[in-house]
Design a protein around this ligand. Structure first.
Ligand SMILES: Nc1ncnc2c1ncn2[C@@H]1O[C@H](COP(=O)(O)OP(=O)(O)OP(=O)(O)O)[C@@H](O)[C@H]1O
Ligand SMILES: [Mg+2]
Length: 236
């Protein structure tokens, strides 16, 4: 069992993509990792080293083919699909490089999407969603659709959406990859504030300057953690 402080504990996690015999890909080859509550972890490494595979497993979008994963103390590595998606909906917020907003929905509706998956009554959460839109500076854009927003604004909608279920942690895969440096910085500052407010953050990036904001950086290579750097002490 993982210690109380651990939000993520993985042990011997492997991921093999079965394509048939020799063609199988071992994307993760035995990864051990503990992430404590309130910490900010960056994952770096060359293309194909397994970063997104790892983030997908941490986010319960995929399952390891071997090894164990405890999320908030609960072993999710062998959970059936319906329970896994429930755990995902309750415990995890996602931010993706390409924002992944729904084009037909307004800003407010996009923020509400995770609530729909949880079968929540949207009316009861209306004020909460407006507050989140204000938090990310889009209170005056509630009825806009994604194509009426800049890239940075779209990513801020994604940040608000990631928060709507008050998740245990936020996972971000190259959240600033499509943004110019100034807009990217605004999103990173927003992520810093979430972490300062106690949210656990795990973020994949190719950019050293982005990784420098995290408490701790792990470098992946060929499906394993190759090295680790502590930037500053995590909160206790
Ligand atoms: N669905 C899949 N089926 C088969 N192989 C896959 C699949 N997804 C990823 N892979 C392989 O697994 C390895 C790790 O991929 P992954 O996407 O995790 O890399 P990454 O570190 O995120 O790379 P990048 O920096 O380019 O995003 C790669 O060799 C990739 O080709
Ligand atoms: Mg990737």
């Amino acid at each position: 069992m993982p210690p109380e402080s651990a939000i993520i504990q993985i042990e011997g996690v492997q991921k093999r993509y079965v394509l048939g015999g020799e063609a199988d890909v071992f994307a993760l080859r035995g990864v051990n990792l503990q992430v404590n509550r309130g910490s900010y972890l960056a994952i770096m490494g060359p293309s194909g080293s397994g970063k997104s595979t790892m983030l997908n497993i941490l986010g319960c979008l995929d399952r390891p083919t071997a090894g164990h994963y405890w999320l908030g103390g609960e072993d999710v590595s062998r959970m059936p699909d319906d329970q896994l998606s429930e755990a995902r909906g309750l415990k995890i917020g996602f931010i993706f490089q390409s924002y992944n907003l729904i084009a037909q929905l307004t800003v407010l509706e996009n923020i509400q999407v995770p609530l729909l998956y949880q079968g929540k009554d949207l009316r009861a959460y209306h004020d909460h969603c407006v507050e989140l839109a204000n938090l990310v500076g889009l209170g005056s854009r509630l009825s806009h659709r994604p194509n009426q927003l800049s890239g940075g604004q779209q990513q801020r909608v994604a940040v608000a959406r990631s928060l709507v279920n008050d998740p245990l942690m936020i996972l971000a895969d190259e959240p600033t990859g499509n943004l110019d440096s100034r807009t990217g910085l605004e999103v990173l500052e927003m992520i810093d504030r979430l972490n300062a407010g106690g949210k656990t953050i795990v973020l994949v990036t190719h950019d050293e300057r982005v990784a420098a904001r995290a408490h701790r950086v792990i470098h992946m290579k060929d499906g394993v953690i190759d090295r680790e750097i502590i930037n500053r002490p995590p909160p206790r």
